[in-house]
Every structure is written in structure tokens, then in C-alpha cells.
Design a protein around this ligand. Structure first.
Ligand code: CP
Length: 327
């Protein structure tokens, strides 16, 4: 039996609600080999049956391109069905009438027996709230909750970093941009706490610093971090430059003027300082902080990163399928 098959069969996953729930061994020994396998399956055009007979609901209260589409495609590659999909659940579901997330999930779970609910929630903490009321064998996948967390994004970010460096220890990572309002950086920071010797540069304008709660977690898990207000002096130390956009939809206090080129946005100076072997990531979508001229730079990996989202979500859904009742 191959290593991958053995690892794959050893792990059942239920709810995916926050990055901290994943430990180092699960990530490196179970999840990543399975993602490799999903990637190979898609390359071969090999459709699978892990979700055959299972019903998935795609519940998006906020806009999405990558997460919604890649989950839908992942379900399809695994032979499952998205039986109900709402792209604007805040408007078109009874959430618009004030129904709580708890009642919503009780209906989908207790009353309608959905197997998996992939949810992008407008409010922080609603993924945890959803998982706490889901009964029986309905599993919740957090596709982003408010400005709190985006665990599947952070896992695919880590997978992309691991693909490039073949390790997740002893890396220097620059998290740049709107660190107060971006959820991907928070989940990524939590995952950094699972590895050794990671140094984070937190590069943001004063009004958009990373939450103290996340920094407390970094301290507790011995992740060394340094806050900075200019990317240029630290760029030469980075293995990973992780750029994020101002979260304009969350009333961020940032404007284009605040994202001064070089300081908080990628420009030619930053590219000149960044080591040849570094990689540039961005969860996307982007605005002015990552100009399109960067796309031809050999260090730009953000489209590969987005592609890995499909394979990561397939792997997570496959792991969840191990916890579902046999059909
Ligand atoms: N990175 C990400 O979550 O993108 P979407 O908002 O398009 O899903």
C-alpha cells in the first residue's frame, strides 16, 4: 500500500471551522499527500466517487469567485452534488428577514439532512456557531467568516509554500496590507504557530495592524514577529511575500493613498530587493497593491496558489466524506 493511500485512509475530518484545528502532522502527513493525489487525479481527468450520493449546500453570504467556484468544482470532481447554492444568501435567504445562523443551520441539518454545508458567513464566529448546532452527520466548512478566518485559504497557502520550499519550518514570511480586516492573514498566522522557526514581518499601515488576539497566539506558539511600516527594508529577508488588498467592503480605513507603492504595495523597488528564490503570494482578488506587471516575474505564484485551492478543497471534502454515513 502506498504511503499516500495509508495516510488518506487514516483520517476522518468533520467540521472545518478554524485554522487552529489542524495540527502539523495532519497537515504534512495526511492532508498534503492527499492534495498531491487530487492534483494528479485532475491532471489525469480521473473523476472520483467519494461524494457520490451526498448532498452539499453552497451557502455564500458574501461575494466570492475562487472559493465558491473551486468548492463547486471540487464537489463535482468527487462525484457529489451541490443541491442548493445561494450566492447572495444575505439577500435571497431568510437571513434577510433576520433569521439567525443557528436556526438556518438547524433547518439545513436537523430538518433537511444536508451532508455538507460550505458556508461563507457575513459575521465573525458564525462558522463555529453553525458547527455547534449542526446535528447528526451534517458537516460545516468555513469558506470565510467576516474578517475572522478563512481556513481553507490558509491551508492552500501553506500547501503552495510547501510545494515551493519543501518545508514549512524556518521560513521568513512577510504579511503585507490590511492585516486588521483581512481574514486570510489571520488563518495563515494561526497555521504558522504549528511550525518551527517561522519569522513573520507584519507590514501594515498603523490603522490596519494585525489583531492583538492573533499576536497573543503567535507569542504563545513561539512565532517571532516584527511589525513594520515599510516593505522595502524587509523585502530582502523574505522567503514568502504574502500581499493582501485593502478590505474596502469592510469599511477599512485604508485608501489607495495609504497603500503607498513600495511601502505596502509591490513595486519595482520591492521586486529588486526580494531574493531570487522568494515567492510572491496573494489570496486574490487584488486591487492596486499587486500591479499586473508583477505577473511575469518568475517569483509570482498567486495563480498557482489559486489553482491549488481546487485540489485542497477536494482533499478536505474527501476527508470529510470518511465521516459521512455509507450510502
Ligand atoms: N481568496 C478568496 O477567498 O477569493 P474569493 O473571495 O474570490 O473566494
Amino acid at each position: 500500500m502506498s504511503e499516500i493511500k495509508r495516510y488518506n485512509n487514516s483520517l476522518n475530518l468533520s467540521h472545518v471551522v478554524e485554522a487552529q484545528q489542524f495540527d502539523r502532522e495532519t497537515i504534512l502527513n495526511n492532508l498534503f499527500p492527499l492534495v498531491d493525489r487530487m492534483k494528479a487525479n485532475v491532471a489525469k481527468g480521473a473523476r472520483k466517487k467519494a461524494l457520490r450520493g451526498y448532498q452539499v449546500i453552497s451557502w455564500f453570504e458574501e461575494s466570492s469567485t475562487r472559493t465558491a467556484a473551486s468548492f463547486a468544482l471540487a464537489v463535482d470532481w468527487l462525484g457529489g452534488k451541490i443541491v442548493y447554492s445561494t450566492e447572495n444568501a444575505k439577500t435571497f435567504s431568510s437571513r434577510a428577514k433576520g433569521e439567525s445562523i443557528e436556526d438556518t443551520i438547524r433547518i439545513l441539518s436537523e430538518c433537511y439532512h444536508a451532508d455538507i454545508v460550505v458556508g461563507r458567513f457575513a459575521n465573525n464566529g458564525d462558522a463555529v456557531a453553525a458547527a455547534s448546532v449542526a446535528v447528526g452527520k451534517t458537516f460545516i466548512v468555513n469558506a470565510g467568516d467576516g474578517d475572522n478566518q478563512h481556513p481553507t485559504q490558509a491551508l492552500l497557502d501553506m500547501y503552495t509554500i510547501h510545494e515551493k520550499f519543501e518545508r514549512l519550518d524556518n521560513l521568513t514570511i512577510g504579511l503585507v496590507g490590511d492585516l486588521a480586516n483581512g481574514r486570510t492573514v489571520k488563518s495563515l498566522a494561526y497555521l504558522c504557530g504549528k511550525f518551527e522557526g517561522i519569522k513573520l514581518y507584519l507590514v501594515s499601515p498603523e490603522q490596519c495592524k494585525l489583531d492583538q488576539g492573533v499576536k497573543d497566539y503567535l507569542n504563545k506558539h513561539h512565532v517571532f514577529y516584527e511589525e513594520a511600516d515599510d516593505l522595502r527594508p524587509v523585502a530582502q529577508e523574505l522567503d514568502v511575500l504574502y500581499v493582501t488588498r485593502p478590505q474596502l467592503e469592510r469599511d477599512t480605513k485604508l485608501t489607495e493613498a495609504d497603500m503607498e507603492p513600495g511601502r505596502f504595495s509591490v513595486d519595482q523597488t520591492v521586486l529588486a530587493e526580494l531574493p531570487d528564490e522568494a515567492i510572491i503570494l496573494h489570496p486574490l482578488p487584488r486591487t492596486w497593491e499587486l500591479p499586473t506587471f508583477v505577473d511575469i516575474d518568475l517569483r509570482a505564484c498567486y495563480f498557482e496558489q489559486a489553482e491549488n485551492g481546487l485540489y485542497m478543497r477536494m482533499a478536505l471534502l474527501k476527508m470529510i466524506s470518511h465521516s459521512l454515513p455509507k450510502r
